[in-house]
Design a protein around this ligand. Structure first.
Ligand SMILES: NC(=O)c1ccc[n+]([C@@H]2O[C@H](COP(=O)([O-])OP(=O)(O)OC[C@H]3O[C@@H](n4cnc5c(N)ncnc54)[C@H](O)[C@@H]3O)[C@@H](O)[C@H]2O)c1
Length: 313
């Protein structure tokens, strides 16, 4: 791929900032839109990236996209907190559906537009229990967040059917990695608790399972998705099922500490088991997750140690 213009919405966030860092090692021109509602402007090098601080729902964002005329968009900006989506359904829908539509509409006005990569989620599958979940499994969202992501996907499909809009949807399993701000994933939450000598909270018996995928693997998949020729939906996952109890075991081994959890009653609405097949994306791109849970946890631990040393200096 020659030099292209690439826009990353939500580029100051957890996943977006890593995508930006990886793309900066290429010759592409990088632009970011972020309203900094949960992202950090210092997460990306200001001098190397054109950052527009605005809301994806705004007219300013639409104008900016048309002016910059990217060949590719990696659309990550979103309301990502399931709890917030339950409490503020309209806000969630406004950002995740109307905001996504605003970006799609701007892209449709770009003459040489090549592909829209959309960050979706396993939350779309919700209560579907046919494991491993394949991309054609029936969506059964159990939260407004899962619903708003699914509707975002549907708008892409519809625009493709109506006007040949090139898109690629990536449904991420449970992403984990060193996260400084915003809603924490279960793994960074556990790590923080352990470091602070607090007990991680397990809801239910801890035998519920998830498919944990490390953020570096997600960032690589998002960049590979730019080259996917066939429009459609692709799961990004490890294809492995790990129980919450096993997460704590691996964490104890990596950190060399004894972790004693606090057990609370099962949370209504929590899915029991989750595992996503990743063979479709692997076949198309050759992508393969590089991080086992132990490797990902070691990496997070190292990053945390490094940050602490910087603070001490
Ligand atoms: N982290 C996960 O486990 C996970 C799992 C599945 C899907 N996803 C999806 O991946 C994407 C990135 O998630 P993340 O974990 O990096 O989240 P994040 O909150 O760290 O990043 C989102 C970024 O978008 C920005 N943003 C939010 N609302 C905005 C708006 N209205 N206008 C402009 N910018 C806005 C935030 O400031 C932030 O920088 C999201 O679309 C999320 O739904 C994440």
């Amino acid at each position: 791929m020659g030099k292209k213009r690439i826009l990353i919405t939500g580029g100051c966030g957890f996943i977006g900032s890593l995508v930006v860092q990886n793309l900066l090692a290429t010759s592409h021109e990088i632009f970011v839109i972020d309203d900094l509602s949960s992202g950090d402007r210092l997460a990306i090098p200001e001098t190397l990236v054109n950052l527009k601080i605005c809301d994806i729902r705004s007219k300013a964002a639409k104008e900016y996209i048309k002016e910059f005329a990217p060949h590719f968009v990696i659309h990550l900006a979103a309301q990502i907190d399931v709890q917030v989506s339950l409490e503020q359904q309209q806000l969630d829908a406004d950002i995740n559906i109307m905001g996504t539509l605003n970006v799609i509409e701007a892209c449709k006005e770009i003459a040489n537009f090549e592909r829209f990569v959309f960050a979706s989620s396993a939350a779309v599958y919700g209560n579907n229990t046919e494991l491993p979940l394949m991309e054609d499994a029936l969506p059964m969202p159990i939260s407004p967040y899962g619903m708003s992501k699914w509707i975002g996907e549907q708008y892409l499909k519809l625009n493709d059917e109506m006007e040949d809009f090139p898109y690629c949807v990536l449904r991420f399993a449970n992403v984990y990695g060193q996260k400084e701000a915003g809603a924490k994933d279960v793994i960074s939450d556990f790590l923080e608790k352990v470091r602070n000598n607090e007990s991680p909270v397990i809801y239910g018996d801890g035998e519920q399972t998830r498919d944990f995928v490390y953020v570096a693997d997600i960032a690589e998949a998002l960049i590979l998705a730019l080259n996917v020729r066939e429009n459609g939906v692709y799961n990004i996952s490890t294809g492995e099922q790990t129980s919450i109890n096993d997460v704590l075991l691996v964490m104890s081994n990596v950190l060399q500490v004894v972790v004693v959890p606090e057990n609370r009653s099962h949370r209504v609405g929590d899915v029991r088991d989750s595992r996503l097949s990743n063979t479709k994306f692997q076949k198309v791109t050759g992508w393969c997750p590089q991080y086992t849970l132990a490797k990902g946890l070691k990496q997070m631990h190292l990053e945390n140690q490094r940050q602490k040393m910087i603070l001490v200096k």
